[in-house]
Design a protein around this ligand. Structure first.
Ligand code: DGY
Length: 332
């Protein structure tokens, strides 16, 4: 029997893809960069499934390039702003993601950014490597304490909660805003619910954890940055476009906030002359919040579990576009 064709947009850690190759006729992009739209169009021809990642723009044109064979787009990531969900639903294509498995790993890294930017860890690392350190000094690399400060969380989903738990260990005060109030977590973690404006005005660290949807694009813009304390730090491990990067550059230049910790960019990768890459009060990472061996292994396993379910005619465990079931019921 001929095997179904699957395109995998990025090579993955572990042995998951070797096993996938036993079930399907797979093609994997082995280059360490996202694939372009043209490549996606070429590779989509005749495939039953695409395993996708950050940066793959999968729109109706890519879907149609399959010639009607495409049934599954399985993200090996939790975000799904890379896929045109409406277009997929209209075409009866199931779209899945990997919720839950990366929560703790992303929260670890987010907390790492909070510590790195406030205690000047990356900057100090660059300094000692430069060979210029002449020995201990009481005025060297003075940063700011994290413990006892106020952390403002915008978006209290799974990751927001996991960060709040870590912050409790640092004896931090916790403010949050979410479109849905979570009174259970308020009681358990001592979180205080308020609006975005109050989170911005009263926090020493503001950490953003919202999905990228039209309503959250530039959620943090000039006006919001100006509401923050001049001594505050902004942390982003969600999606780059949630912050207006130009406004952030200006706010940092004007001393409207003290610093930033950024794992995500708009666009990705940032251009080499992006001013944020030159600022010592900004810690910059190449979108690695979920990048632990354990978690990335679970993410690809989960994407494959979703793919197998769809191609076996079942409802996958992590279906995003539930309406697709009405367009193409699972067994068809
Ligand atoms: C995701 O899963 O959406 C992350 O941004 C990449 O790990």
């Amino acid at each position: 029997m001929t095997k179904l064709k699957i395109y995998v947009t990025r090579d993955q850690p572990g042995t998951a893809l070797n096993n996938l190759g036993k079930l399907y006729d797979i093609k994997v992009n082995l280059e360490d960069r996202p694939v372009s739209k043209d490549e996606l169009i070429t590779q989509a021809k005749g495939v039953a499934g695409i395993i996708a990642c950050v940066g793959d723009r999968i729109d109706g044109e890519v879907m149609d390039a399959s010639g009607g064979s495409l049934k599954a787009i399985c993200n090996a990531i939790v975000g799904y702003d890379n896929v045109d969900i409406k277009a997929a639903t209209e075409r009866g294509i199931y779209v899945t993601n990997t919720p839950g498995v990366l929560t703790e790993t992303v929260a670890d890294l987010t907390f790492g950014l909070i510590l790195a930017v406030s205690r000047r860890i990356a900057e100090s690392d660059r300094y000692i490597r430069s060979g210029n350190w002449r020995g201990w000094g009481p005025k060297q690399f003075l940063g700011f304490d994290v413990h006892g400060k106020t952390l403002g969380i915008i978006g209290l989903g799974r990751i927001g909660v996991a960060i709040a738990r870590r912050a409790r260990g640092f004896n931090m005060n916790l403010l949050y805003f979410d479109v849905r109030r979570n009174t259970d977590m308020e009681k358990e973690l001592g979180l205080q619910f308020t609006d975005v404006e109050n989170v911005l005005k009263n926090s020493d660290f503001v950490s953003v954890h919202v999905p990228l949807i039209p309503q959250t694009r530039h959620l943090i813009d000039k006006k919001e940055l100006e509401m923050m304390k001049e001594t505050a730090f902004l942390i982003n491990t969600s999606r780059g476009p949630v912050i207006n990067e130009k406004a952030l550059v200006q706010a940092l230049k004007d001393g409207k906030i003290r610093g930033a910790g950024l794992d995500v960019w708009d666009p990705e990768p940032p251009s080499a002359d992006n001013p944020l890459l030159k600022m010592d009060n900004v810690v910059t990472l190449p979108h690695i919040a979920s990048a632990s061996v354990e978690t990335r292994t679970k993410m690809i396993d989960m994407a494959i579990e979703n793919l197998n379910a769809i191609l076996d005619g079942k409802i996958p465990p992590h279906l995003i576009n539930k309406d697709v079931i009405k367009v193409r019921p699972p067994s068809s």
